[in-house]
Design a protein around this ligand. Structure first.
Ligand code: FAD
Length: 485
């Protein structure tokens, strides 16, 4: 356990009303009141004045607490003992020092979109960086962002400058959580995962040290696919950006009242044609009960593979439409999704190499999905330049050779609907497990995944454990599926 630094203790004492309550000596088993008073007197007055700009600490009785405790997934109603709202990297370091002093576990929160509530806790300290939103351009078109930024803020900054970062589509997802687990979206088959564009980071480790990592740093590498709440709190990220395309076009095919045989035939056709898509295209197969939507997007005039796929699917669908070529800012907004908290359960349903991998279980899966209220099975295209040897060397994302990423989803309105939704969900997951599907995307976690460390990190697990040991030997930073020592 790291020793508490006296100067920092005194710095933290002057945080204000709540700060004083939190750090009062009577609350501290290791010190008595007279010792602490002497320590406070030793501190130069200038340092405490800086602190409210760095960090504010909240407990349950505070008016601000509940807003900060809420997450995008209403299924989780967690109550951390403390929430440290941080405004600077120094504030994050102070929060970790406080946690070390109080012997609290630290949980990290940026955009708050974790599927499984991994950015909150019931018994520790949440380090919340969501108020840290500065962005700064460099002459080489790279963009440095603080990790409180959410995707729509980054798009709003980049798109008017005709720049783009390969990233996710949903407006309120945090850039931090997304990048640290990999990050994919419409532009990834051409430009790689979001983490592949990450050039430098500032990170506060589990002992409160501030580190700047770039180039061939092993810590930077570990944060490209393995950095979600495992060994440090990333406060700044510098990204390479790309010239934005001049248009974006969406194609949709829909089929209704599906039975298992027809849905399976459509899925097989989808897999077949995705193999010839250009790298500027993306596609998703979304089976929502008995209704299927196939989305194909593209942003280049290399359109042959897209048209071949669209025409083949049109023949076997009930409705097919080609959207107009739209300017990127407008087109992306149509995919921003729900921007307020909802009840849901989402999880990875496996990364696949091809249809053959799931053929043995797909009849059971489809028949469960079409007979279960509110269950959605989706398969997305990865592949293209995600599968690059150069990116493989510089990251710990282990699934580059899998061109398909699937997910299960369920959304509901009232807590009473949760149990039945989760039962059907688990049945489909079990079917995939029996089929031998083991590789899972870290950003689509599930608390029930067996052997989750290998499923998320594969061959890079030993490297990540070594980084954990180096940066967080006391296992200060953790969540239910964080890397174990
Ligand atoms: C509606 C929705 C749409 C999505 N769309 C996509 C998509 O298009 N593409 C895609 O790749 N993923 C997508 N995801 C998954 C998304 O990438 C993950 O949920 C991601 O982890 C969310 O990051 P966050 O910062 O919003 O969440 P948080 O809940 O704040 O954090 C998620 C995890 O990252 C850790 N973490 C957060 N900030 C930091 C930090 N600064 N330093 C260290 N660890 C940190 C947390 O401890 C937690 O374990 C989507 C999720 C949702 C809910």
């Amino acid at each position: 356990m790291a020793n508490y630094n006296r100067r920092d203790f005194a710095k933290l004492v002057v945080l204000g009303g709540i700060g004083y309550t939190v750090f009062a000596c009577a609350d501290d088993p290791k010190k008595d009141a007279s010792t602490a008073t002497k320590e406070e007197e030793k501190v130069t007055p200038k340092i405490p004045e800086l602190l409210p700009e760095n960090i504010k600490l909240y407990q349950k009785a505070d008016a601000e607490y509940q807003d900060l405790a809420d997450r995008f997934n209403k299924r989780f109603q967690q109550s951390p003992t403390y929430i440290a709202q941080c405004f600077t990297t120094q504030g994050v370091a102070d929060a970790v020092e406080f946690a070390n002093y109080k012997d609290l576990k630290v949980v990290v929160k940026s955009g708050g979109h974790s599927f499984e509530g991994f950015s909150s806790t019931n018994d520790g300290l949440v380090v919340d960086v969501s108020a840290m939103k500065k962005m700064e351009w460099r002459p080489d078109h790279s963009l440095s962002v603080e990790t409180g930024c959410i995707l729509k803020e980054i798009y709003n900054e980049m798109l008017p400058k005709q720049r783009i970062l390969p990233s996710g589509s949903c407006a309120t997802v945090g850039i931090a959580g997304l990048t640290l687990g990999g990050g994919y979206g419409f532009f990834s088959r051409k430009y790689g995962l979001t983490c592949d564009s990450l050039q430098a980071i500032t990170i506060v480790d589990g002992q409160g040290n501030i580190r700047h990592e770039s180039g061939n740093s092993a810590i930077l590498k570990a944060c490209k696919g393995g950095g979600n709440g495992n060994f440090g709190i990333v406060t700044k990220m510098k990204f390479r950006t790309y010239q934005a395309p001049s248009f974006f076009q969406a194609y949709r095919c829909k089929a209704y009242k599906l039975d298992t045989a027809r849905a399976k035939n459509l899925l097989e056709t989808w897999f077949r044609y995705t193999r010839s898509l250009p790298n500027t295209a993306f596609s998703a197969f979304v089976l929502n009960g008995k209704t299927l939507t196939i989305l194909i997007t593209n942003y280049s005039n290399d359109n042959k593979g897209v048209m071949d796929m669209y025409n083949a699917l049109k023949e076997v669908s009930d409705k097919a439409t080609i959207g107009s070529k739209r300017p990127l800012p407008k087109a992306l907004k149509t995919f921003y999704g729900v921007q307020h908290p909802i009840y849901f359960k989402n999880a990875c349903a496996g990364l696949y190499k091809d249809f053959a991998e799931i053929e043995g279980c797909i009849d059971d899966v489809i028949s469960k999905v079409i007979s279960s209220r509110g269950l959605i099975y989706q398969v997305n295209t990865l592949g293209g330049n995600i599968n690059s040897a150069a990116s493989e060397k510089r990251s710990v994302y282990p699934h580059r050779s899998y061109p398909y990423l699937s997910e299960l989803q369920s959304y509901w309105d009232k807590p009473s609907q949760e149990v039945s939704r989760l039962v059907a969900f688990k049945e489909v997951q079990d079917r995939f497990y029996k089929q031998g599907i083991r590789a899972h995307y870290r950003n689509y976690p599930d608390i029930n995944f067996k052997d989750y460390e290998t499923a998320y990190y594969g061959k890079y697990l030993p490297e990540l454990k070594a980084i954990k040991k180096q940066l967080d030997p006391d296992n200060r930073i953790q969540h239910p599926q964080s890397i174990s020592l």
